[in-house]
Design a protein around this ligand. Structure first.
Ligand code: PXG
Length: 454
């Protein structure tokens, strides 16, 4: 491939000689070379070849306030000069982590007033698994160990995170899941609902939770974990019947409920948390991504008061990370949340841009390649099909990957999960930028259809 900028080749050589990239085919990437992203502003990225790209994925679902906010850089720089590092172990603490825990308690649902900080969402879910088991052990029920999760859920890439997740292609590498984690079917009507109506299928999928609890015995089940809307699995918005039925089941059995808010949290649905959107009463919520808008790494686990009351009786919780509550990350998170609040970014998305995005995206439903458009807030999915009526796919043709490449080449980042195209732009995307996103998406759907038929 020829390059306008000779540095592109140099960087690609560094990649091929020295870098092992996440979720990549190392050999293939060596041959092809990565696209080099050099800078960003608002909702736009620029690559080393000078191309401007509309980032329809907010990085990896994280850049809520958009790129290039100097206030976050300044908050980090101030904190680095004041106290670049100290830990929260051994009965010490520092102001940014403490102030952040209070701010998070303010925005979290009622009764969730404590936070355990981690460096990432995966670590948040590892923390969850250990805390759930510790909680039940303190209560004298150490057998309540098993965590129920869902097929095609995503909960991270550490050993516990990948085990909690329901991604078969991850389980296949490294002998996962670890013992004590079981999966129930997902509420993915378009892909798996068959002849059932979405409502019937939602009830069926929710009832799988009750069946699994009864099969395992409630005395052996510690918790159920789920994303309010599955993100990495393909923006799977459950049928309306799903969450109300799950809530009934959770109310009936003495198990904890963990909402993985790593993607849905911090405004993605147009509410602060996906749990607010669906009125879920979680015992624990995993957070990351939008917490710092991705500017620095940080995650955590928000814990309900009643659970904390039990943990308080349990002595030491033997768990934590060097970077739990890192002061620079905490200072950046505080500034990020201040901006989200003071600029009313989530409220504006809720009232204006989210409804606009959902309306404009649904206009793509008339495209011959599109079997369904769905979404909530600033999350969207477009299903690519061969036959709209039967929901049949272009089997084995890689339609999603073809579409993703056309998007890249036409200045738009839209991810492909199989043949589902997904978007999650920064929450600050404007109506004009949404118009640009939808226009580019339609053009790429046209190009994909021609490629599949040609
Ligand atoms: N829970 C959820 C719901 C996530 O989406 C994690 C936990 C783990 O967070 P960390 O910070 O450990 O990555 C995630 C992360 C993708 C993709 O391909 C999604 C994530 C990460 C990497 C890739 O969409 N989500």
């Amino acid at each position: 491939m020829t390059h306008k900028n000779p540095q592109t080749r140099e960087w690609q050589t560094l990649s091929s000689d020295h870098h092992l990239a996440p979720f990549s085919d190392f050999k293939q990437l060596k041959e092809k070379g990565p696209r080099i992203i050099t800078h960003a502003k608002g909702v736009y990225l620029w690559d080393s070849e000078g191309n401007q790209i509309l980032d329809g994925m907010a990085g990896l679902w994280c850049v809520a306030i958009g790129y290039g906010r100097d206030e976050l850089a300044e908050a980090a720089s101030r904190q680095m000069r004041e106290l670049p590092y100290y830990n929260l172990f051994f009965q010490t603490a520092h102001p940014p982590a403490l102030e952040l825990s209070k701010v998070i308690a303010d925005i979290a649902p009622e009764g969730m007033n404590h936070v355990f900080f981690t460096g990432s969402g995966s670590e948040g879910n590892d923390t969850m698994l250990r805390m759930v088991r510790h909680y039940w052990a303190i209560k004298g029920q150490p057998n309540k160990k098993t965590i129920i999760s869902r097929v095609n859920g995503y909960h991270g890439s550490t050993v516990a995170g990948a085990s909690l997740g329901g991604m078969t292609f991850m389980h296949e590498q490294g002998d996962l899941p670890i013992p004590g984690i079981v999966h129930i079917p997902q509420p993915y009507w378009f892909g798996e609902g068959g002849d059932m109506s979405p409502e019937e299928f939602g009830i069926w999928a929710a009832n799988q939770l009750e069946e699994k609890i009864l099969e395992l015995g409630v005395d052996n089940v510690g918790a159920f974990i789920a994303e309010p809307i599955q993100g990495a699995g393909g923006v799977i918005v459950p049928p309306d019947s799903y969450w109300p039925r799950i809530k009934e089941i959770l109310a009936k059995y003495d198990i904890l409920f963990v909402a993985d808010e790593v993607i849905c949290g911090f405004g993605r649905t147009g509410e602060w948390f996906g749990s607010d959107f669906y009125d879920l009463k979680a015992d624990m919520m995993t957070i990351a991504k939008g917490l710092t808008s991705g500017y620095v790494p940080m995650g955590g686990l928000i814990v309900r008061d009643e659970v904390v009351a039990v943990l308080n009786e349990g002595g030491d919780f033997n768990h934590g990370f060097t970077y739990s509550g890192h002061p620079v990350a905490a200072a950046v998170a505080l500034e990020n949340i201040r901006i989200l609040r003071e600029e009313k970014i989530i409220q504006h998305a809720h009232e204006k841009t989210a409804p606009y995005l959902q309306k404009r995206l649904r206009e793509l439903s008339d495209h011959p390649l599109v079997g369904e458009v769905r979404g909530v807030g600033l999350l969207g999915a477009i299903e690519l099909v061969k036959d709209k009526a039967t929901r049949a796919r272009y089997e084995g043709r890689g339609a999603g990957m073809i579409c993703r490449q056309f998007c890249f080449d036409n200045g738009l980042i839209m991810r492909a999960v199989g043949d589902t195209m997904i978007i999650a732009p920064p929450l600050v995307i404007s109506e004009a930028e949404i118009d640009e996103l939808v226009t580019k998406a339609r053009k790429c759907l046209d190009l994909t259809l021609s490629a599949l038929q040609g």
